[in-house]
Design a protein around this ligand. Structure first.
Ligand code: GDP
Ligand code: MG
Length: 164
């Protein structure tokens, strides 16, 4: 069966835009496979000659700035449990937020390799500066990317494949 990659991040950071960059289909589909939970949507995706499935966890929403809504957290946990790796997407235009720090704190406790994508970095030079502050999340190297332009996604995907 194909490896699964979970997409994690707040609403509006550009999860759907990025996923559409490397998916084969524009519409999410639900696989009817034993062992695959039915209520999450999986998109077939590829990079180079590698195929995998992407599951968009739908956006981690907080009831205030410090706590996940329990249902959302349960859904994200269920997605992570079956994933070989996760991509944590943050918004490089908006910069680091308290919610990002909470998500990072939670992600660091999960036994899944996490790639950190700093989206909305259209300019390569600005992107490196925008991305630098996200080192403090403790997730590792922040990859500046633009889901709209496609810049930086190659480096991110190459790093992802080492975990699949
Ligand atoms: P999601 O809620 O995380 O799935 O985010 P979406 O993919 O729906 O994008 C949210 C908003 O951010 C939309 O208005 C997108 O056009 C915008 N957006 C997404 N990716 C980029 C990007 O790389 N650069 C910029 N400037 N805007 C982006
Ligand atoms: Mg979306």
């Amino acid at each position: 069966s194909l490896p699964i990659v979970a997409i994690i991040g707040r609403p509006n950071v550009g999860k759907s835009t990025l996923v559409n960059r490397f998916s084969k289909l524009q519409d999410a589909i639900v696989f009817d496979e034993p062992g695959v939970t039915r209520d999450r949507t999986y998109k077939p995706a590829f990079w180079g000659d590698r195929d995998f499935l992407v599951v968009d966890t739908g956006g981690l929403v907080f009831d205030d700035d410090t706590e996940f809504l329990p249902l959302i957290r349960e859904q994200a946990l269920a997605a992570l449990a079956e994933s070989s790796a996760a991509i944590f997407i943050v918004d490089g235009k908006e910069g680091l937020t308290t919610a990002d720090e909470e998500i990072a704190r939670w992600l660091r406790q999960q036994p899944v390799p996490v790639l950190l994508a700093v989206n909305k970095c259209e300019s390569v030079e600005d992107g490196l500066t925008q991305a630098a502050e996200f080192w403090s999340l403790g997730i590792g190297e922040p990859f500046p990317v633009s889901g709209i332009h496609g810049s930086g996604t190659g480096e991110l995907m190459d790093a992802l494949l080492t975990h699949l």
